[in-house]
Write a protein that binds this ligand. Structure first.
Ligand SMILES: C[S@@+](CC[C@H](N)C(=O)[O-])C[C@H]1O[C@@H](n2cnc3c(N)ncnc32)[C@H](O)[C@@H]1O
Length: 386
């Protein structure tokens, strides 16, 4: 029977404050502390057996937990074993202390573009609705309990993560770790913020060599290389939208994560940074033109191909599928199906590797490849003579 269909009453467990006779899905335990926000009551729920014994704690409502617990990755006896690799046992990277960045991950073997670097399930999942409304003190209490309830090895890995200022209490420490290291994840339209301990060791680069996406099928974060990486090179992801000027990116990183970015574009000479800024401005302008479907639009397939080139020049390989998608649409919009299909294939190839399946743009490219003339973009920019 699936856990959600079998609400059970549990006795106390070996984990700290887990209680005590509450109705939760089988295998889950509910903590003592709950907080009320609006009409909802949010509590801490822990599944210690999750993901090969790593465990996971979720802060949400009882009804949302029941729904979540019924999903495939949380079924008892069905941990996402394929995603479970003991932290610190990878053969392709290792942790290292890096100048001015704290800990980071360094490649220990050649990693090729498109190769998966890691796949990890979360330690902590927090309902997105709480993030907006609950004040810090009450939030810290929930978070502290959620971490306290994790199985010891995972709890230790969480508590080892970085904060960007000094901390006073255990609850404050947990709050700050969560603030610095959480990722936005979503499942069936629900927003969550989650912390994945090993993924959180990846430092930021405005032009990163790796990308990540959340896979709801396995409830894991997947990290892939976007270009070939040599041994000794640091593995990096981007924490922000890289299509902003250097000043705007640095400002956002400082405000949000409290660091001055030391990536190579941010540290480059003024003229290189200016060239990069002007390419970014050109990319944003091209997007505006290509998004314009009015009769006076200046969009052309050549502009979409220029976009592809600029993404490459700018070192944005991890988002190149966006430009391929646009090129496929623009060629199809003029009824040039073979070029459209060439770009659709490229978009699918990179899009599946870097963003995973089940995305609307992936489905759209599949449709175009099945029948370009039946695709919504077919000849959409050809105007009938007046
Ligand atoms: C998610 S953590 C990354 C792992 C972290 N270095 C550690 O020791 O656990 C984010 C923090 O790492 C540091 N960091 C990440 N990228 C950086 C960069 N490009 N330059 C300087 N510091 C960086 C900052 O202190 C930031 O708040």
């Amino acid at each position: 029977m699936r856990p959600s269909q079998c609400l059970q009453v549990h006795g106390s467990s070996k984990y700290g404050n887990q209680s005590v006779n509450r109705d939760v899905p089988a295998g889950w335990a509910q903590g003592e502390i709950c907080q009320t926000l609006g009409r909802e009551r949010y509590c801490v729920f822990t599944l210690p057996e999750f993901s090969g014994g790593d465990g996971v704690s979720i802060i949400t409502t009882r009804s949302r937990l029941s729904d979540l617990a019924s999903k495939q990755p949380f079924q008892s006896g069905n941990p996402p074993a394929n995603t479970h690799v003991q932290a610190g046992t990878s053969t392709i990277y290792r942790q290292a202390e890096l100048p001015e960045k704290g800990i980071g991950l360094l490649a220990t073997a050649p990693i090729r573009a498109g190769q998966r670097i890691m796949s990890r399930t979360p330690a902590l999942i927090v309902d997105g609705r709480l993030m907006q409304g609950l004040e810090r003190n009450r939030m810290s209490q929930l978070l502290a309990q959620a971490v306290q309830e994790l199985p010891t090895p995972h709890r230790k890995r969480f508590l080892d993560l970085s904060t960007h200022s000094s901390v006073s209490t255990f609850a404050d420490r947990v709050y700050q770790i969560f603030a610095v290291n959480n990722f936005r994840t979503s499942l069936n339209g629900w927003d969550f913020q989650s912390t994945f301990t090993e993924v959180s060791r990846l430092n930021h680069d405005c032009r990163p060599n790796s990308v990540y996406y959340f896979d709801p099928q396995t409830f894991s974060h997947k990290v892939m290389a976007v270009r070939n990486i040599v041994p000794g090179e640091e593995l990096t992801i981007s924490y922000i939208d890289g299509f902003q000027s250097r000043a705007a990116r640095q400002d956002q990183l400082l405000r949000h994560w409290g660091f001055s970015c030391s990536c190579h574009v941010c540290q480059s000479d003024a003229h290189i940074a200016e060239e990069s800024d002007s390419r970014v401005a050109q990319i944003l302008e091209l997007w505006k033109e290509l998004d314009d479907y009015s009769p006076s639009s200046s969009a052309t397939p050549e502009k979409a191909e220029l976009l592809v080139e600029l993404y490459g020049l700018e070192g944005m390989e991890g988002r190149i599928q966006e430009a391929y998608y646009r090129a496929a649409i623009e060629f199809n919009a003029l009824g040039l199906s073979s070029q459209a299909m060439k770009y659709a294939r490229l978009c699918l190839d990179k899009g599946l590797a870097f963003k995973g399946p089940g995305r609307p743009f992936i489905d759209s490219m599949k449709e175009l490849l099945r029948d370009a003339e039946a695709h919504h973009s077919w000849k959409s920019r050809i105007r009938a003579p007046i």
